[in-house]
Design a protein around this ligand. Sequence first.
Ligand SMILES: [Zn+2]
Length: 82
Amino acid sequence: MRMNQTTTCPRCKTAFEVLDNLFNTVVSCPSCTAQFNPWGYMLFQMAASAQNEYAMDSLVKNEYFFARAVVVRKQAEATSSA
Ligand SMILES: [Zn+2]
């Protein structure tokens, strides 16, 4: 059974279908004719989204330290104004 894969053009972001057996080759975007490797671009997108999740995760963790830093600073201000 032949399956089509959906890919997104890295240049114009047009989503289009690519035959499964062409997925790991260089294809041309039907919209802007940019040539790219759908498989490579999919791996790139997966890596980018994993990186975003990691960045979000570390941001949430840093928020704890950020909130702590604000509390410490407020206590320091309260002490100095007393
Ligand atoms: Zn395109």
